[in-house]
Write a protein that binds this ligand. Structure first.
Ligand SMILES: Nc1ncnc2c1ncn2[C@@H]1O[C@H](COP(=O)(O)OP(=O)(O)O)[C@@H](O)[C@H]1O
Ligand SMILES: [Mg+2]
Length: 260
């Protein structure tokens, strides 16, 4: 059975999409069948993989609202083991349209159940809000990764997403786990180091060892429509996401050993 991980934080610009795309690409590079789900109406994950939002026929919108099958809508990417379930601009209205439907928070989970045997990893990129789309991402997931930029108010925003995770655990998805907090866009300055230290102290054992540095090659690769692996494999950004994927895989392996 595959494992589904949602990348969520209601703050924009913290590195959700960069993490979703490059974690998914790094896992796929290890020849693990991986599906990346772009739940953000902005469609940045798709464009970072060279799939323009307007070119796509069929998207996660039709999966959520028209009951289309994931396997019909998912498309291949440049990486052999990586498929994409693309976003669409119609998703802007999905929050409202979903509100009137039955089991509105479980739509994505039910759709993904049909491909559970096909993918070893499903990675979900969320929009910068805690609305119904992110809720669908959390209800569909086994684990959530929260990217956090090491800046002054980082901890404040963190409380909101963790509270939402607790609500989902208390209701629609009791087995949801916080896999961890990922420190992103880490710069070489005192404030970043101080904030990182505070976060590790507050959330002992829940912060990934891997830290993603600020690296311009990561944003360049996105404007070229490529995961960093296919753009500059030697860059610090690429090497950190490969290390992060190894850390995620290691934790998954030890979690499986613990299961009865
Ligand atoms: N480690 C990094 N180094 C440099 N730029 C980054 C890094 N991570 C993300 N970025 C850039 O910062 C911006 C916001 O990142 P993004 O992943 O889109 O955040 P989110 O999805 O949380 O809004 C993007 O332009 C992206 O290219
Ligand atoms: Mg994003």
């Amino acid at each position: 059975m595959g494992r589904t991980v949602t990348i969520a934080n209601q703050k924009g610009g913290v590195g959700k999409t960069t993490t979703a795309v490059n974690l998914a690409a790094s896992l796929a590079a290890g020849e693990h069948r991986t599906l990346l789900v772009d739940l953000d109406p902005q469609g940045n994950a798709g464009s970072a993989l060279g799939v323009a939002r307007d070119e796509v026929e069929g998207s996660v919108y039709e999966v959520l609202l028209d009951g289309r099958a994931v396997k019909e809508v998912a498309r291949r990417t440049e990486l052999r083991f990586l498929d994409l379930l693309p976003s669409s601009r119609h998703l802007v209205g999905a929050e409202l349209e979903l509100a009137g439907t039955e089991r509105r928070e479980a739509r994505l989970r039910e759709a993904l159940a049909a491909v559970a045997g096909h993918y070893e990893h499903v990675i979900i990129d969320c929009p910068p809000s805690l609305g119904l789309l992110t809720l669908n991402g959390l209800v569909a997931a086994d684990g959530v990764i929260v990217p956090l930029q090491c800046e002054y108010f980082a901890l404040e925003g963190l409380a909101d997403i963790l509270r939402t995770v607790e609500l989902v655990k208390g209701g629609m998805n009791p087995s949801l786990e916080v896999d961890g907090i990922l420190l992103t866009m880490f710069g070489q300055n005192n404030l970043a180091s101080q904030v990182a230290e505070d976060i590790r102290r507050h959330f002992t054992g829940r912060v990934f060892d891997t830290v993603i540095p600020r690296n311009v090659r990561l944003s360049e690769s996105q404007s070229h429509g490529k995961p960093i692996l296919l753009y500059d494999v030697a860059s610090k950004g690429c090497q950190s996401y490969l290390a992060f994927a190894r850390e995620v895989s290691r934790r998954e392996a030890s979690r499986e050993r613990k299961l009865p």
